[in-house]
Design a protein around this ligand. Sequence first.
Ligand code: ADE
Length: 224
Amino acid sequence: MNRIGIIGAMGSEVEHLREMMHGREETVAAGRTFYAGKIGNIDVVLVCSGIGKVNSAMSAQILIDRFGVDAIINTGIAGGAKDAKVRDVVVSTEAAYHDMELRLVALSHPYTEQFAADEALVKKAEKACAECGIACHLGKIATGDQFISDKRIKEDIVSRLDPNAVEMEGGAVAHVCAANRVPFVIIRSISDNADDGAEIDFDTFEQLAADDAAKIVVAMLKQM
Ligand code: ADE
């Protein structure tokens, strides 16, 4: 792999990676700053995309078009589903939107698109979790423009998509990568359970979980 794009939505998800970079050059595009440089021996371009699908999709397309990245890693935090607990990591095998609602026309227009992550990147992420002593779940990430903090909303998403984690960017990064045939993986450390206690847990675990995901990214880069 020659050049790896790394996307995190919030400062807490990218700050430590940015501090680790050397030979860092900054470019502003579409109102966001892209940091090109190295982590260890690997060329990376890091961006703090901002929250949500449009922000992350724009950032992914710019990484591909302007910086010519060969793969994209989306790092950050998520709400846990199924057996993914706070501080576990979910590595995407695939990603999908949970807020693409076509119920009224579902019989004639079912929307079931899912975007498969790159198997080699998934394996590297799994190995990185083992090296860091962090519990790893391989599974689906469900993405939407909504912070999930309601048990009933979570249950609805789980009943439709059966994801291991819910968050707000991964599916859009996956969509852009699939359209451009660029390999991707999403690494999400669980900060909350996406239920009625999510906001409190998020405040408590945001930085700890974001740091765990960033650690996994660094351990992955060492394998490249
Ligand atoms: N990111 C972290 N926790 C989340 C949640 N509960 N819903 C959406 N995105 C999240």
